[in-house]
Write a protein that binds this ligand. Sequence first.
Ligand SMILES: C[S@@+](CC[C@H](N)C(=O)[O-])C[C@H]1O[C@@H](n2cnc3c(N)ncnc32)[C@H](O)[C@@H]1O
Length: 291
Amino acid sequence: MPHSLLYIVRESTAYLQRCGSPSARLDAEVLVAHALHLRRLDLYLQFDRPLEEPELASLRPLLRKRGRGCPVAYLTAEREFHGHAFTVSPAVLIPRPETELLVDRTLAALDRQGPGPVADLGTGSGCIAVSLALERPGLRVDAVDQSQEALRVAAANAERHGVADRVIGLLGDWTAPLRGRGPYRAVVSNPPYVTTAELAALDAGVRNFEPVVALDAGVDGLDPYRAILAGLPPLLAPDASVLFEIDPRRADGLQALCAAAWPAAAVARYRDLSGRERVLEVDLAGAGLPR
Ligand SMILES: C[S@@+](CC[C@H](N)C(=O)[O-])C[C@H]1O[C@@H](n2cnc3c(N)ncnc32)[C@H](O)[C@@H]1O
């Protein structure tokens, strides 16, 4: 006899709880909805619907993978960021809510200074580059990554949101592919910032499934910032802003690197909703920033 949709959601929740998922009910609802090609909200309208065996065939492998710790976003191939749905794959970091602050601060910097091309270094899924292009019609965003696979995902997202003509994927090492393409009004980056020692202590879902090239930042967690800062000066407009996502523990170290690169610049650090410093902005003109 077929089971109801509600029964399947409850059984799936119980299975994921036994596997140790901290968000078992939510995961179960998202995966059941995905397997049935429904929106999560629609489940609640159809809880009594009987489910036939063929309808459950695609759910079982999803539950098994989630039970082994695979993040839900990789199973549904989708994550919401800055109000838009982004395609993700295991080749890219899953966009995080705290990165929305980096987008917002970059938009504020562009509003202060006027429009101009932007570079997004380490674009991954393209969530930052595409969000900026969506918010500022006409803005060109050069989106760099060293991973061809990541650039494919970013290109798919640019296409999906109708900004493929303005989000330009460039393959290479940080600033190298940008030579001759500036000057940039703003450069934004969420580079890897986990120290090699901290990698082992990361949540298993991150450690075992997200790309290590998106996480590992060397012994002190600052190597990618050093590499980016070394290549930036000739690419920037005189009044450009440079904005980085940070781990709060790395903020002082990064600020010291920025002060060495641009002694006259103003630096501001911004906190996310939970009060943690997550964005560091350098304003080369030294004006306009809250100090
Ligand atoms: C923390 S992820 C950020 C992804 C995306 N921007 C986001 O915020 O979700 C860092 C990205 O930097 C890329 N990356 C790492 N080393 C790089 C390098 N040397 N040159 C260019 N990109 C690099 C990784 O492939 C990864 O996509």
